[in-house]
Ligand binder design. Structure first.
Ligand code: T4K
Length: 374
């Protein structure tokens, strides 16, 4: 019998919200102070809370992750060529483009889809200044291998950690591993501040530069020390970020149980491949639920499954298809690497709905529909 479609759309994600009472309580302070942005008290408190959370003073908040990354790259004076992954959201390479840097796209590894260190090393030229790797879906990159390559070739190591809030490796937040790390607090993320972004960095001196760059370069009312832009987080964002942070453990735990449920419900389908379970030293955030659809085994294409699920009111996403180098704006960038793995994965990948409010019954129902379609 044909399963009944969901009455309301099930999207790939849905933001968690604190109670409206909690948020309204926080809004009262903002209303009373009439301080809405430009480093107000809620933002300063939020920064302090995050400093404790990440155990570092070396962080800086922004109005979104894209501008955080763009400014991070600018503030570190990166130029020339940067080796990066084509299997990510467009903002990763756009941040290079806006800094007039040439992206050099190289292949990814087959298990967790992160940049392949061997491919990185093979693509280094005299013009290479940095590696921009992505902890895609929150899966940590090969941290040791990349650190070693960066060290030996004197390259700056930048991580786009947009998906990796709350992820730890060997008990340390992933924010401590690169020279520069960017986290996105966008509404579609497991952890969010409506929109928002954060940089963490090794060199303490960068804080002043990033603070200038995100606030027009203002030193004081009369002095502008560099041509900055406006990329400040406002008080409402800081309030949301503060409140959502209180729920982080619970959000991760709920997402973990959803992941386990999907794995259990879909394990008998040979053509659906989940990434392997992560090593014990990684504490993961379960922000995304990627699966590979292997058409040759399943007899149905990824795109056909994606479209058919919509008939049941289920909106999966093909994060990340197409590869960045195949977007018209990057087609003129020469790609030396054959991108064998990335080309295979981008055709197979489907990200299933996962968010803390998704009930395990609904996960079962989605899985039953997938079984039925196949
Ligand atoms: N680097 C990486 C690796 C990234 O993934 C991202 C962002 C960035 C950098 C840049 O960070 P930000 O500047 O964004 O902070 C979404 C997000 O907009 C984007 O933040 C995210 N990555 C990317 C992976 O996904 P879209 O175009 O797929 O979003 P959209 O609007 O289609 O939303 C997806 C689904 O989420 C919707 O179908 C319904 C649901 N949704 C969405 C919003 C905005 C809600 O239920 N409520 C909402 O408010 O890009």
């Amino acid at each position: 019998m044909k399963p009944i479609p969901f009455e309301n759309p099930i999207y790939v994600t849905r933001p968690f919200l604190p109670s409206i009472e909690e948020f309204t309580e926080g809004l009262k302070e903002i209303w009373n102070s009439r301080w809405l942005t430009n480093r107000g008290p809620v933002l300063r408190r939020f920064e302090h809370i995050l400093s404790n959370f990440f155990e570092t003073e070396n962080l800086c908040l922004f109005n979104n992750g894209t501008l955080a990354l763009q400014i991070g790259i600018q503030g570190m004076g990166i130029s020339g060529e940067v080796i990066t992954t084509p299997f990510t959201f467009v903002a990763t390479s756009h941040a290079l483009y806006w800094n007039k840097i040439r992206p050099v796209f190289v292949d990814i590894e087959p298990d967790y889809y992160t940049i392949d260190p061997e491919a990185v090393e093979a693509s280094i030229t005299p013009w290479t200044t940095a590696i921009l790797a992505v902890h895609v879906y929150g899966y940590p990159c090969n941290l040791n291998a990349l650190a070693d390559i960066a060290h030996r070739h004197k390259l700056t190591l930048i991580y786009d950690a947009a998906h990796a809030f709350g992820v730890t490796v060997s008990g340390r937040s992933i924010c401590h591993y690169g020279d520069l790390n960017m986290f996105s607090f966008h509404a579609t993320k497991l952890y969010h501040s409506i929109e928002g972004g954060m940089l963490s960095f090794k060199d303490t001196a960068l804080k002043r530069i990033f603070d200038y760059l995100k606030n027009f370069g203002f030193e004081n009312e009369l002095e502008v020390v560099m041509p900055g832009t406006n990329a400040k987080m406002n008080e409402m964002q800081a309030l949301m970020g503060t409140l959502v942070l209180k729920h982080l453990d619970e959000l991760i735990e709920r997402s973990r149980s959803i992941d386990a449920k999907y794995r259990e419900c879909l394990k008998d389908i040979p053509g659906i491949k989940f990434p392997p379970l992560l090593p014990d030293d990684v504490s993961y955030n379960y922000a995304y639920q990627p699966v590979e659809i292997i058409e040759e085994e399943i007899g149905m294409s990824r795109d056909a499954i994606y479209s058919t699920l919509k008939e049941y009111n289920i909106y999966t996403r093909r994060y990340f298809y197409p590869l960045l180098c195949d977007y018209p704006c990057y087609r003129s960038v020469a790609v030396r690497d054959q991108l064998k793995v990335a080309r295979k994965i981008t055709k197979r990948i489907l990200t299933l709905p996962i968010y803390p409010d998704l009930s395990l019954d609904d996960v079962e129902r989605i899985s039953d529909i997938i079984h039925h379609i196949l």
